[in-house]
Design a protein around this ligand. Structure first.
Ligand code: PBG
Length: 326
């Protein structure tokens, strides 16, 4: 029915009604807060390119987790910056590795908080690549071995979920197999399935001290031009046993999030990455945009596109806004 009988503005005149017909509701339950744990005592290094985020030593990450929990955000994603790095990321598999220590300390104080452990080698290798280098490039199948070991070690430390972010072929299968062999069949895998070779990871690489020392990640992370290939990546991970599939970054890939949700009907996570966060912070600091408003708009768009889980450095700030609205 056409105008004047149909007036789409009719549903917009009243705030209560606007909420009633709102198609997308953000919830604190959707959020995962990424945190960085670093070796040392009483360290709280501000990450310059990510205002409000810090490299935290173990006792400080425990305190940070208390704040996260108090905001209503119930899940954290942990990244580690170890004291020493090596050629193949074996330091990430040590019983007393930095993330392993953090998991035990957090679980001791806040047993209910849900801990997701990122699995990758780039924070742990001297060259900053996500796996073992042979002939100048990351060797896929050798890397699988350390990824599986790292996953089992993190599960032993008490991680609730394992999240491989390396983009090697076949890693979900081997991680699932090794978790199961070690009686961790109840631990889910959230796979960074469609992870693009993105310029938006810049601030993270400062935070995690994980920038590649030579070359780039284009032989393992995806080409930003591709969407059909993302469907193949997601399909492969589901067949290998992924419980949740992730698209990363989020904002330049909302179409990919939408496709994954529609084609696979799986729980979908989206990673609202460091560069996406920092751009909002930088513009807000200059008073060029209203930072809170843009943050909520961005998070809503990620949910509207089809994400069930949103991994975001805005998690606590956004939770505080949602809590006030209640
Ligand atoms: C590690 C990893 C990266 C991010 C998460 N895990 C960076 C990379 O691939 O270099 C990026 C997260 C962010 O930018 O917030 N492989």
């Amino acid at each position: 029915m056409a105008f004047p009988v149909t007036r789409l503005r009719r549903l917009r005149y009243n705030g209560i009604l606007r909420q009633m017909v709102s198609e997308t509701q953000l919830s604190v339950d959707d959020f995962v807060m990424p945190l960085f744990v670093i070796a040392g005592k009483n360290v709280r290094n501000p990450i310059n390119s990510m205002p409000g985020n810090y490299q935290l030593s173990v006792e400080n990450i425990v305190e940070e987790c208390k704040k996260v929990w108090a905001s209503g955000v119930k899940a954290v994603l942990l990244f580690g910056i170890p004291e020493h790095k090596d050629e193949d990321g074996s330091v990430a598999c040590e019983h007393n590795g930095i993330v392993q220590q953090a998991i035990r300390a957090i679980k001791k104080e806040i047993p209910e908080i849900y801990i997701i452990a990122d699995v990758c080698n780039c924070e742990y290798t001297v060259h900053g690549h996500c796996g073992t280098i042979i002939d100048g490039d990351v060797d896929n199948d050798l890397t699988l071995i350390t990824l599986a070991k790292q996953s089992v070690s993190l599960a032993e430390a008490g991680a609730d979920m394992i999240a491989p972010s390396d983009m090697m072929d076949g890693r979900v299968a081997i991680i699932r197999e090794q978790l199961d062999l070690n009686k961790f069949e109840k631990i889910p895998i959230m796979s960074y399935s469609a992870k693009y070779a993105s310029g938006f990871y810049g601030p993270f690489r400062e935070a995690a001290e994980s920038a590649p020392k030579f070359g780039n990640r284009a032989t393992y992370q995806m080409n930003p031009a591709n969407s059909n290939e993302a469907m193949r990546e997601v399909k492969a991970d589901i067949e290998e046993g992924a419980d949740i599939v992730m698209v990363k970054p989020a904002l330049s890939y909302l179409d990919v999030i939408y496709r994954v949700k529609n084609e696979f009907n799986m729980p979908v996570a989206a990673y609202n990455v460091s560069g996406e966060f920092s751009m909002i912070k930088a513009a807000a600091q200059n008073d060029w945009i209203d930072g809170d408003r843009v943050m909520m708009e961005v998070l809503t768009s990620i949910k509207r596109a089809g994400a069930d889980i949103i991994i975001t450095y805005h998690a606590v700030e956004a939770a505080n806004i949602l809590n006030k609205l209640k």
